[in-house]
Design a protein around this ligand. Structure first.
Ligand SMILES: NC(=O)C1=CN([C@@H]2O[C@H](COP(=O)(O)OP(=O)(O)OC[C@H]3O[C@@H](n4cnc5c(N)ncnc54)[C@H](O)[C@@H]3O)[C@@H](O)[C@H]2O)C=CC1
Ligand SMILES: O=c1[nH]c(=O)c2[nH+]cn([C@@H]3O[C@H](COP(=O)(O)O)[C@@H](O)[C@H]3O)c2[nH]1
Ligand SMILES: [K+]
Length: 500
C-alpha cells in the first residue's frame, strides 16, 4: 500500500492539529485503513512509564471516588494499574497501598475481626459481609481461630451469647498470594465456602465460594500487573507541597511502584523541584509528571527527569478548569502534541480525562498516548469507593472532582491545610454516575471494542498505531456538528443501548 494513494484523502494528524483549533475526541474521526489480521491478534500491551509495563492500557485516576485499595487490586489483576489517591493523611494512603499489595486476588472483603469473647448484637456488626473472622485478640495481627457466618448467626435463637459458643473453629488458611485458581481448588478440596488468606502473623482477607463463582464467569484478560516482589503493582499520587516529600517516604516504605505528581498545571517550579528531589532520592522509582497539554510544558518536565507524562487540562467530566480559569486544551490536540514530543525522548504519555467510551480510548491511543487514565468511566463500578444509592430509580455512586469544594474541604489534605486563610475557588463539581457493575467484567469488553477499532485502522498493536500516525498513513478528519449527530444514534423514537 503506497502512502501516496492516501495523500488526497483525509488529513495527516500533523496537518490537522496545526490549524489553530483545539480538538477533542468527539471532534475527530479516523479513516479506516486495511485489515490483514484478526481482532484477537491485536496486542494492547504498553508502557505506563519508562520502566512499568502493562498488558492493557488502562489506569484508574487518583481520585477519592475512584481509586482506593479495592480498585488498585482489581486494576492490577486486569493487567492495568490503579493510582491510589492522596486526599487523606499520608499514613492512611500508605495503608491503602499496603492493602492492595497484600493479596493476589482482584477483590477485597475488608473483614470484620472479633475475638471469641465478643458478642454479635446486631446484623450491622457484619458490616454487610457474609462472615466475620475470629482471631485470638480480635485483630488482624493475631492467630486465626475460626469464623461466624451471617446465616448461622441469624438462626441463633439467643444473640447475647459469646462468639466462642457458636463460631466455626478453623485455623485453616491459604497463603496471602494465592490466586483465584488456587483458592478455587482449595475450596473444592476442602468442601468449603470460605478461604481465609494469611501472611506471616497477619490475617489478610477472605474469599468466598460465591466470589470465585462470580468472577470465574467474567472474560479472561492477559497477565496481571505484578512487580518483582510478587505483589500487585500499585501507584500513588502526591502533591507538590513540602509535606509531600514525607508522604512519599511513607508510600515508598509500603512498596509503591510508581508515583504520580498530581497537579492541574504541572509546569511549575514546585513540580520541577520535586521531580529532581525524587530522582535523586529514589532513583529506582518511576515518576509521572503533569498535567501538561503543551509541548513546552512537556519539555520542562522531561528535562527535569520524568518517566511518564499525564496529559489533560479541563477535559475531565467533573472539571470546570477551562470555565473557571480559561486555560486548558481540547484533549485530542493535547494528547497529539504532547505525545509528539514525549515520544522523541521515550517518555510514555497517559491521556487523562474525557474518556466516556471505547472509541475515545482508541482515539487517545492512536493519537500517541500509551495509556488512558479514567475517572468517571470507572467511578460507577463495584470496585470504586463508596456505596450505591438510588436516584430517580437509577442505581448510582458518588463521583467528585478533586478540585471540588467538597473534596478540598474534606480537611485531610495538607495541600489545603496551609491555605485555610485563602479564598477557595472550585475547579470541579460533585455528581453521581450510574452503576456499571464490576471493572473485572466491563474492562475486558471495553478492551475487545478497542481491539476492533485498532483492526479497522490496520493497527495490530499500540506501536503499530503510533507508526501509522507518525508515517502519516493514519488519516483523519474533523467532524462537523451534523457529522457528530450522524455518528451517534439518531432518528429513533426509542431505543435500548446495550454494549455487550
Ligand atoms: N486535570 C485537570 O484538568 C485538573 C485536575 N484537577 C485536580 O484537582 C486537584 C488539585 O489540583 P491543583 O489545584 O492543580 O493542585 P496543586 O497542588 O498543583 O495546586 C494548588 C495551588 O497550590 C500551588 N502550589 C502547589 N505547590 C506549591 C508549593 N510547594 N508552594 C506554594 N504553592 C504551591 C499551585 O501553584 C496552585 O496555586 C488535583 O487532584 C488535580 O488532578 C484540578 C483542576 C484541573
Ligand atoms: O478540572 C478539574 N477539576 C477537578 O476537580 C478534578 N478532579 C479530577 N480532575 C481531572 O479529571 C480526570 C478524570 O476525568 P474523567 O472523569 O473525564 O475521566 C482526573 O484524572 C483529573 O485529571 C479534575 N479536573
Ligand atoms: K470539562
Amino acid at each position: 500500500m503506497a502512502a501516496g494513494v492516501f495523500e488526497e484523502d483525509g488529513f495527516a494528524a500533523e496537518r490537522l492539529f496545526s490549524q489553530g483549533y483545539s480538538y477533542t475526541y468527539d471532534d475527530v474521526i479516523f479513516l479506516p485503513h486495511y485489515i490483514d489480521f484478526p481482532t484477537d491478534s491485536v496486542r494492547l500491551a504498553t508502557q505506563l512509564s519508562r520502566n512499568i509495563s502493562l498488558s492493557i492500557p488502562c489506569v484508574s485516576s487518583p481520585m477519592d471516588t475512584v481509586t482506593d485499595a479495592h480498585m488498585a487490586a482489581a486494576m492490577a489483576s486486569l493487567g492495568a494499574i490503579g493510582i491510589v489517591h492522596s486526599n487523606l493523611p499520608a499514613a492512611d494512603q500508605a495503608a491503602l497501598v499496603r492493602a492492595a499489595k497484600a493479596r493476589r486476588v482482584p477483590i477485597l472483603s475488608s473483614p470484620v475481626f472479633l475475638s471469641p469473647f465478643d458478642r454479635i448484637a446486631s446484623a450491622d456488626d457484619f458490616d454487610s459481609k457474609p462472615y466475620v473472622l475470629v482471631t485470638e485478640s480480635g485483630s488482624a495481627k493475631s492467630k486465626l481461630l475460626g469464623f461466624v457466618s451471617r446465616s448461622d448467626w441469624e438462626k441463633l435463637p439467643e444473640k447475647e451469647v459469646k462468639v466462642f459458643d457458636y463460631m466455626v473453629n478453623s485455623s485453616d488458611y491459604v497463603p496471602w498470594n494465592s490466586d483465584l485458581g488456587r483458592i478455587e481448588s482449595y475450596l473444592q478440596e476442602k468442601g468449603r465456602d470460605l478461604a481465609v488468606m494469611v501472611k506471616d502473623d497477619e490475617v489478610v482477607d477472605f474469599v468466598t465460594k460465591d466470589d470465585v463463582e462470580r468472577i470465574k464467569d467474567y472474560p479472561k484478560l492477559g497477565v496481571g500487573t505484578v512487580g518483582e516482589d510478587g505483589k500487585w503493582m500499585v501507584g500513588a499520587s502526591i502533591g507538590t507541597r513540602e509535606q509531600d516529600k514525607e508522604r512519599l517516604q511513607h508510600l515508598v516504605g509500603d512498596g509503591i511502584n510508581v508515583v504520580v505528581i498530581d497537579s492541574s498545571q504541572g509546569n511549575s517550579i514546585y513540580q520541577i523541584d520535586l521531580i529532581k528531589h525524587i530522582k535523586l532520592n529514589y532513583p529506582g522509582l518511576d515518576v509521572i509528571g503533569g498535567n501538561v497539554v503543551t509541548i513546552s510544558q512537556a519539555q520542562n518536565l522531561i528535562q527535569a527527569g520524568v518517566d511518564g507524562l499525564r496529559v489533560g487540562m479541563g477535559s475531565g467530566s467533573i472539571c470546570t478548569t477551562q470555565e473557571v480559569c480559561a486555560v486548558g486544551r481540547g484533549q485530542a490536540t493535547a494528547v497529539y502534541k504532547v505525545a509528539s514530543i514525549a515520544s522523541q525522548y521515550g517518555v510514555p504519555v497517559i491521556a487523562d480525562g474525557g474518556i466516556s467510551n471505547s472509541g475515545h480510548i482508541v482515539k487517545a491511543l492512536t493519537l500517541g498516548a500509551s495509556t488512558v487514565m479514567m475517572g468517571s468511566f470507572l467511578a460507577g463500578s463495584t470496585e470504586a469507593p463508596g456505596t450505591y444509592e438510588y436516584q430517580n430509580g437509577c442505581r448510582v455512586k458518588k463521583y467528585r472532582g478533586m478540585g471540588s469544594l467538597e473534596a478540598m474541604t474534606k480537611g485531610s489534605d495538607a495541600r489545603y491545610l496551609g491555605d485555610k486563610a485563602k479564598l477557595k475557588i472550585a475547579q470541579g463539581v460533585v455528581g453521581k454516575v450510574a452503576d456499571k457493575g464490576s471493572v473485572l467484567k466491563f474492562i475486558p469488553y471495553t478492551m475487545q471494542a478497542v481491539k476492533q477499532g485498532f483492526q479497522d485502522l490496520g493497527a495490530s498493536s499500540l506501536q503499530s498505531a503510533h507508526d501509522l500516525l507518525r508515517s502519516k498513513t493514519l488519516r483523519l478528519e474533523v467532524r462537523t456538528g451534523a457529522g457528530q449527530v450522524e455518528g451517534g444514534i439518531h432518528g429513533l423514537v426509542s431505543y435500548e443501548k446495550k454494549s455487550f
